[in-house]
Design a protein around this ligand. Sequence first.
Ligand code: ASP
Ligand code: MG
Length: 412
Amino acid sequence: MALIVQKYGGTSVATPEHIGRVAEKVIATRGAGCDVVVVVSAMSGETNRLLALAHAITDRPDPRELDVILATGEQVTIALLSMALQARGCPAHSYTGAQVHILTDSMHNKARIMDIDAARIQHDLAAGRVVVVAGFQGVDEQGNITTLGRGGSDTTAVALAAALKADECQIYTDVDGVYTTDPRVVPEARRLARLTYEEMLEMASLGAKVLQIRSVEFASKYNVPLRVLSSFEEGAGTLITAEEEGMEQAQISGIAFNRDEAKLTVLGVPDQPGVASRILGPIADAGIEVDMIVQNVAEDATTDFTFTVHRRDYTQALAILQDVARELQAREVSGDDRIVKISLVGVGMRSHAGIASRMFRALAEEGINIRMISTSEIKVSVVVDEKYLELGVRALHDAFELGRSGGQPEGE
Ligand code: ASP
Ligand code: MG
């Protein structure tokens, strides 16, 4: 019999009525001949409420105690869903993370799953029960309750699907899939029927916040087919899998963007070994993450060095660079925190030439100046002024025909 792991997010279990509807969906899946394991989040807003309670006691709650309170949100929804299933004549058991031995490391508030004991769940399934497991939580080797970081229920679901060798992990949420780009920016944006793990990782890290990134990494590592779909509307959603041989690939799957970027440049640095590490070393030591890095070819004995950081780190990075520049006897430091990054993503790029030039032409036609460019095997990113974000994304969506009429064919 097929085994499906379904995960329902906070908005899908927001009220007792919502939980009733989830129960109906689970029962329908069983009716189609599948065993079902369900992972649920806390009711929407609940995790924030619990966080606020902790912060009302102290500014800096102890991470261990914080996990004890945060884990209660999901404990409520597993019991309610289990009751809702039973009330409809469907046998069900609920379990906290600890009860099914979701073993994690001891990094409170951002723990990583190391192992899951599938035996207890399998026993329940064999007895004809639906198993309802609390998302977002686990237990460490010392028996302390841990949580997996915000959005961590997605990762619980994928980890369970991997441990149980489920046929599919379905993530039910308040959107009906992954889109070619953000429909708030491009109303013609289209739901993608399929996407590869690699593409999803690029889309997610670039701002398409549909799934916790770690859940996609996990799914990719264990090759768990992942489907994102809506709790509120019918539809096949978006299926995320490994790249399949012979699969007809659209050249471009989507356009991701990130508004929270800033760039910094050290001008006129001596062109010598060790310079890049002397510039980026102190940045890394300050815990600042660097994204794009560009160093010019040196014309004279000096060169320019530019990189991007998250906008919240801009002021700190600028201060650090000013010190570094003095030490290196660089000419000047400049920066801009009004920039954004736009990226074209698609595994089809590997086999199609001319994507980048088509992208640059589309931006040029709109008079958009490109400030930085970087490429990888399945992505081309540009940095442009913040004011061009919407225009740029729309122009590219059109140029690559990602709207309803063109691009990737619908269906599976
Ligand atoms: N309830 C947790 C959160 O709000 C985990 C989750 O929903 O995935 O972040
Ligand atoms: Mg979520």
